[in-house]
Ligand binder design. Structure first.
Ligand code: CO8
Length: 291
């Protein structure tokens, strides 16, 4: 039986989501009001959850969206019947445009810090998740979208999209834990070049350097993710989980140790005049694209 809940831009605030979710209602059919920007479907027969991002126009990660992602990831992790998670997008052509740049441009300082802390928490949960995680990348996946993808255990992507840590193109620097996640995925030389140049790799290039694991036609991305999931779920769960934890723990612990320092660094860095100027120009260039 498929159970389903929609999470989303909370018309009545995050409190409602917490209320619904805290009562373990996430997987019940009857708790679906007020939500619109995340779909979480759990197939109770296979134990596979599909989390689909649905925040038009580009699934940009703002504070509210990250909060919802955190709640959903926590629920998946705590659901004993759930063994695997597929993350994808409901939007055409976009997996996620990464962090919402408007959170970083002319920010309110308290919100900015909260935003960064919520991103850190989301990453710690996703990168350290015991469940098998597969990114079904059915659209562009720059910066924070790339971070989410490389935090999963396996990546399947449709052709003719782009993925990468392009922060330098915005005049900003990817934090150490973005870099660590990249280094744990592709080799040092590729990371060194990609991070400096802010490279957005086309799907084919991403495949050739190991940034993604498989390329399939757009309409087959989700099916391929389910098929791949079966391969992972055949492995005894405890052994697989421990192997993952052993490999990822040092990277996660590094951020946990430096969390507050990282928030302070981010706040001081992002509010510099020169960085604000770069972000403003980048936002403007996105808007002018259409003209
Ligand atoms: N944040 C906020 N708004 C965005 C973002 C974003 N990341 N991306 C796009 N938008 C907005 C556009 O401005 C546009 O707004 P409007 O409709 O009001 O003009 C709307 O979304 C639609 O965008 P497009 O018209 O560009 O849509 P397309 O389908 O043509 O293109 C893309 C989609 C390819 C995703 C394109 O929008 C794009 O390249 N976006 C920018 C992606 C990007 O560079 N993201 C980087 C974010 S930074 C990050 O994730 C990590 C930061 C780490 C900080 C560390 C500091 C220490």
């Amino acid at each position: 039986m498929m159970s389903r809940m929609r999470l989303g831009v909370l018309t009545s605030g995050i409190g409602i989501a917490r209320h619904c979710l805290s009562k373990n209602a996430l997987f019940q059919r009857n708790c679906r009001r007020h939500f619109s920007s995340l779909d979480l479907n759990v197939d109770s027969k296979t134990g596979v959850a599909v989390l689909s991002m649905n925040k038009p126009p580009v699934n940009s990660l703002n504070l509210e969206f990250l909060t919802e992602l955190n709640i959903a990831l926590e629920k998946v992790e705590n659901d004993k019947n759930c063994r695997g998670l597929i993350i994808t997008s409901s939007l055409p052509r976009i997996f996620s445009a990464g962090l919402d740049i408007t959170e970083m441009y002319q920010p309110d300082i308290d919100r900015l810090q909260e935003f960064w802390r919520t991103l850190q928490d989301m990453w710690i949960k996703l990168y350290g998740m015991n469940r098998v995680t597969i990114a079904a990348i059915n659209g562009h996946s720059p910066a924070g979208g790339c971070l989410m993808s490389i935090s999963c255990d396996y990546r399947i992507m449709a052709p003719n999209y782009s993925i990468g840590l392009n922060e330098t193109q915005l005049g900003i620097v990817a934090p150490f834990w973005f870099v660590d996640a990249m280094l744990n995925t592709v080799d040092f030389r590729q990371t060194e070049m990609a991070l400096q140049l802010g490279t957005l790799f086309k799907t084919e290039e991403a495949l050739s350097i190991g940034l993604i694991d498989k390329m399939v036609p757009q309409e087959e991305v989700l099916t391929a993710a389910h098929q791949e999931m079966q391969r992972w779920l055949k492995i005894p769960g405890f052994a697989r989980q421990l192997s993952k934890t052993e490999l990822r723990r040092p990277t996660i612990e590094k951020l946990i140790r430096k969390k507050e320092e990282d928030i302070g660094y981010f706040r001081d860095y992002i509010t510099k005049d020169a960085i604000q100027k770069s972000l403003g120009m980048y936002l403007e260039s996105l808007k002018n694209k259409k003209k």
